[in-house]
Design a protein around this ligand. Structure first.
Ligand code: TYM
Length: 338
């Protein structure tokens, strides 16, 4: 079995935000020369909610371009689109026949997302989504899966499915992966700046509290300035106390994550909100500006991005086909041919 295999994925739907960068993409970039890394734009997952086909096409390209702009290097990692490798949906079926209805029902992401329009209207794909995600991971024999904290439950399910499948079919078909989540307060869970009790998200919460990676620096500054803090702005207003002061604590976490320090250390440098917010805004802009500049360059050359995705799909397809073959064989599906 290969060693130090890494796989992770990101949905192309909605504008990518600071949470995606600090919880996941930044770690992908840092890891790409350490492991044998596969990074996937999970376009099929985007079909679990409504969307326009033209926007979908554009969003997949935008996300791939942005990942390259953020620092993924196609000579060091494999970047591809999920729908380019048909083995993902093929293995997902085997995993749907491994998972139980009860365990998928307990997935909090399904409960949250289906609550919006009601279970009656929720797409079956939204329900079975965790099996497709497990297939994304297991196809690549991934040892590690770098994700934000919100994916913890999906990773636990993936591990359970891999272990169950291996036990049921008496073989080591799948590598049981480990979730690799940033330390608490260091990017694991970036919060919405207007609703500090809620994670920053593409699909939920106040848009004024979400910082998009493509956003104009002036808008970023405005959003940080207006971030919710707490009523007391006395001399020791800046404290890291997530229970009593969730607003300011999430700003401290954000700045600590950007600086690579700890929130308590950042808190010690400030007594009032204003200077903290000014420094935070500058740090966020400094993090996104080079990505935006590189994006504008790459966006002029969609042929290059398409060629990266094509060779990524080819490389991913080889690995995926071998794993699917093992899984088909283990469950007892007859192979065609002599
Ligand atoms: P997605 O597209 O919602 O998010 C992509 C990555 O960003 C992380 N993230 C965050 N991290 C910190 N703070 C936040 N506020 C925040 N919001 C998002 C996510 O944890 C994720 O790592 N189901 C996945 C996509 C997926 C996947 C996979 C991931 C499909 N197949 C296989 C890993 C492996 C999702 O919806 O991520």
């Amino acid at each position: 079995m290969p060693q130090n295999r890494v796989l992770s994925g990101i949905q192309p739907t909605g504008e990518p935000h600071l949470g995606n960068l600090l919880g996941a993409v930044r770690w992908w970039v840092a890891d790409q020369r350490e492991g044998d890394c596969f990074y996937c734009v999970v376009d099929l997952h985007g079909l679990t909610v409504a969307g326009d086909p033209d926007q979908r096409r554009a969003a997949s390209m935008t996300m791939a371009t942005l990942l390259l702009a953020a620092g993924l290097d196609p000579d060091s990692c494999t970047l591809f689109l999920q729908s380019h490798v048909p083995e993902h949906t093929q293995l997902a079926w085997l995993l749907e026949c491994t998972a139980s209805f009860g365990e998928l029902r307990r997935m909090t992401q399904f409960k949250d997302k289906s609550a919006k329009e009601g279970e009656e209207a929720a797409r079956v794909g939204l329900f079975t989504y965790p099996c497709l995600m497990a297939a994304d991971i297991l196809l690549y024999d991934a040892d590690r899966v770098p994700v934000g904290d919100d994916q913890r439950q999906h990773l636990e399910l993936t591990r359970n499915l891999a272990q169950r499948f291996n036990a049921r079919y008496g073989s080591d078909v799948f590598v049981v992966p480990e979730a690799q989540i940033p330390p608490p307060g260091r990017g694991a869970r970036i919060m919405n700046l207007q609703e500090p009790e809620r994670k920053m998200s593409k699909s939920a919460g106040s848009p004024q509290g979400v910082i998009g990676l493509m956003e104009d620096p002036r808008d970023i500054e405005r959003k940080v300035r207006r971030a919710v803090t707490d009523a007391d702005d006395g001399p020791d207003a800046v404290r890291y106390d997530t229970a009593a002061k969730p607003g300011v604590s999430s700003l401290l976490e954000l700045l600590a994550t950007l600086e690579g320090t700890r929130p308590e250390e950042v808190a010690a440098r400030y007594s009032r909100y204003g200077p903290l917010k000014a420094d935070l805004a500058a740090a966020v802009v400094a993090a996104v500006e080079p990505i935006q500049a590189r994006y504008r360059e790459l966006d002029k050359d969609p042929g290059y991005v398409a060629s990266v995705l094509a060779s990524g799909a080819q490389r991913a397809g080889h690995v995926a086909a071998a794993t699917l073959e093992r899984a088909y064989d283990a469950v007892g599906l007859l192979r065609s041919g002599p």
